[in-house]
Design a protein around this ligand. Structure first.
Ligand code: PEP
Ligand code: MN
Length: 342
């Protein structure tokens, strides 16, 4: 159950309800910014509505509450001039890792020329082996930020640990929580306290309910700017890196108000499947795509097999545009739409 207090409600109103919940041993969370009580599991609305200062009570049966579609119809995450969610389509692209100044500037210039507004690049990399390239760390953040600034792009980059949130937030416009960290509850908690949009990737073994509860961790801290990202789940079959769970897109749209984008690069792990998977994701209703692009995929320091060259990415854009026009979806990338349709 979600109980929203009136803006004009007093501290006495809040304390009276809090006291009732404590006395009855009911788990709850109060969110100051929105004057909202989240009382999961409690169903007796009649016991709540007698309290003063209540604007609205929303009964929600699922374990996730704030992430539920019953709480809100639609979340649109705004990042400078970009809008993610609702009927906008957002493209985020860039290399798996920031490798050097020349590489990231080449990518930034290319994306800018295509009308793309968001550049991704890892500076802190979660690698399976400690001997693999693990990113340029702070230098990587600085290079990414410099390139993004030169070409007026939003920075999307991953935070690997709670201790790095401050540093990453200083350079990022959107912070990515990677698949391996979706279950890092302490970090999710801390991300709830900052005012930055978060891309929350699905854990590669996470159920939908676990993913939405991970979003709930961030939201219950007061940060509602969340973009879910399907990036493939692990399967028994090594033929592709992961399985892109395509049906999760309409499913999430039904369960939640949060925007959902798709990362077909990590889902497929193979460059030639990235475009077909992108088209499927676009057609089924994804709010955007997150694509790995590299000036020289064969030389990439991480995830080269799945990186698109500039030419391949250009083709992906053209084909995506065809799907967007067919489903009558407005692209967030006005300039991208414009350039491609000319
Ligand atoms: C990435 O985006 O480069 C990445 C490591 O993604 P994931 O967390 O989905 O594996
Ligand atoms: Mn990668």
């Amino acid at each position: 159950m979600i109980v929203i207090l009136h803006k004009s409600s007093t501290d006495t109103d809040k304390h009276a309800l809090a006291l009732f919940l404590q006395e009855n041993n009911l788990a709850y969370k109060y969110i100051d910014a929105t004057k909202t009580f989240v009382i999961p599991k409690f169903k007796q609305e009649e016991k709540i509505k007698v309290f003063k200062g209540i604007e609205k009570i929303i009964s929600i049966d699922t374990p996730y509450q704030l992430a539920s579609k019953l709480y809100k119809t639609n979340t649109v995450v705004e990042v400078k001039s970009s809008k993610i969610g609702d009927n906008n389509f957002t493209m985020i692209a860039g290399p798996c890792s920031v490798e050097n100044e020349d590489q990231i500037f080449q990518v930034a210039e290319f994306l800018h020329n295509k009308g793309i507004k968001n550049i991704r690049g890892g500076a802190y990399k979660p690698r399976t082996s400690p001997y693999s390239f693990r990113g340029l760390e702070k230098t990587g953040l600085q290079l990414l930020h410099k390139a993004a600034k030169a070409y007026n792009l939003n920075v999307v980059t991953e935070v690997l640990d709670t201790s790095l949130i401050g540093e990453v937030a200083a350079y990022a416009d959107i912070i990515q929580v990677g698949s391996r960290n979706m279950h890092n509850f302490y970090m999710l908690n801390e991300l709830g306290k900052i005012n930055k949009p978060i891309i929350l990737k699905r854990g590669f073994q996470a159920k939908v309910v676990e993913w939405l509860l991970a979003a709930e961790y961030i939201m219950s801290g007061g940060n509602e700017k969340i973009i879910l990202c399907e990036r493939g789940i692990r399967s028994f079959d090594p033929s592709s890196r992961n399985i892109l769970d395509i049906n999760v897109i309409p499913l999430i749209k039904e369960l939640s108000h949060l925007p959902i984008i798709v990362d077909p690069s990590h889902a497929t792990g193979i460059a030639k499947y990235v475009t077909p998977a992108s088209l499927a994701a676009t057609a089924i209703g994804a709010d955007g795509l997150l694509i790995e692009v590299h000036p020289k995929p064969a030389k990439a320091l991480s995830d080269g097999d799945q990186a698109l060259s500039f030419e391949e990415f250009d083709e992906l854009l053209k084909q995506t545009q065809t799907i967007l026009s067919a489903i009558n979806k407005k692209s967030d990338l006005e300039t991208f739409t414009f350039k491609l349709s000319r």
